[in-house]
Design a protein around this ligand. Structure first.
Ligand SMILES: Nc1ncnc2c1ncn2[C@@H]1O[C@H](COP(=O)(O)OP(=O)(O)OP(=O)(O)O)[C@@H](O)[C@H]1O
Ligand SMILES: [Mg+2]
Length: 313
């Protein structure tokens, strides 16, 4: 599998070199033509990058991110959760941790990634986002170079889970483009479904996603029954397929479970509070399904550029 951390780094590079410009398109074309000069150094990477997003806020992204990370850790994977959510209910609060440093310190104050990344008591590491992510678009060349270099530190991970803020910002779209898997979380509430459809529509209309060859994955959270979840998923996959020509893969559901809200109040993951509660079992199913659906094998640098720039013809 292509190294996804490299793709993240590439995105950061493009931030500084005119992404979506003719230059990018020419590069993609040249790469497809087999221009050896554009080949990146060979890497033995295997990191899978999973972006968790939603249309509406408060539907459970951070809970899904953290508890999926724990479910992966139980399978023996090295996992990093990167917090790209600028909202209040972020990863470190959910884990009752006060990060000494955030990505802001890395970007603006040259703090190395290893000083920002914190190991938790739960066998996963976290990288706190704070306001750093909102500024990626405005980085100086030097700051961007440093960011790219520091991203290397995360290549030890088997899994990087990026918890994004709700809705669409260009950073969220960048992270979706860089990811192997974009997981959209919704609840059965009509407003959440409408907003989830909204974000899927934006992703579908982004030119660079046209050639992504990447399935969006759907998690329906806070359901009362599997039947309720299936109805929501069927509706969304049908509409996305029919009107947007986009495949949305139904990954699974999570029951509405009082253990989740108790866990949030106690600032501990529900997978830790009760690994056998309904929500925990569901999350483990979801991760099991992810494991069965490894991302499609990508075909090197040309394919990566295609992912970033869309159809370059
Ligand atoms: N499966 C569930 N069962 C019960 N309550 C849940 C469930 N999932 C989420 N919640 C409740 O919803 C709240 C919001 O969850 P969470 O913070 O994970 O959402 P979010 O999408 O990350 O929000 P934001 O958009 O603000 O970042 C939690 O505090 C919890 O009380
Ligand atoms: Mg959140």
């Amino acid at each position: 599998m292509e190294d996804q951390a490299e793709r993240l780094r590439e995105i950061m590079r493009q931030r500084g070199t005119g992404q979506d410009t003719g230059e990018g398109k020419a590069k993609a074309k040249a790469a497809r033509a087999g221009d050896a000069a554009l080949q990146p150094p060979a890497r033995a990477g295997k990191t899978r990058v999973i972006t968790i997003t939603s249309g509406k806020g408060g539907v459970g992204k951070t809970n899904v991110s953290v508890n999926m990370a724990l479910a992966y850790a139980r399978l023996g994977k090295k996992v990093v959760v990167m917090d790209a959510d600028l909202g209040l209910a972020n990863v470190n609060i959910m884990l009752n941790m006060v990060p000494k440093f955030t990505l802001y310190d890395m970007i603006r104050k040259n703090k190395p990634m290893k000083e920002i990344m914190v190991e938790t008591d739960y066998g996963i590491s976290i990288v706190a986002g704070a306001s750093g992510f909102s500024q990626i678009a405005n980085l100086t060349d030097k700051e961007r170079q440093n960011f790219i270099k520091e991203l290397d530190t995360l290549s030890f991970a088997d899994i990087i889970i990026i918890d994004t803020s709700a809705g669409v910002s260009s950073n969220v779209l960048d992270f979706i483009a860089a990811a192997d898997d974009a997981v959209i979380v919704t609840t059965p509430e009509p407003t959440a479904i409408t907003d989830a459809y909204g974000i899927i529509k934006i992703i579908a209309s982004e030119s660079r996603y046209e050639a992504l060859d990447m399935d969006l994955k759907l998690v329906v959270n806070r359901v009362k029954s599997a039947v309720e979840a299936k109805k929501v998923a069927d509706r969304m996959t049908h509409i996305a397929g029919q009107f947007l020509n986009l495949k949305v893969d139904y990954l699974g559901f999570i029951y509405d479970d009082s253990v989740v809200s108790q866990a949030v109040i106690r600032q501990r993951p529900f997978m830790v509070i009760d690994p056998r509660c309904k929500a925990s079992i569901c999350v483990q199913h979801i991760v099991g399904k992810m494991e069965k659906r490894e991302p499609k094998q990508t075909k090197g640098f040309a394919s990566m550029l295609k992912r970033l720039f869309g159809k370059a013809e």
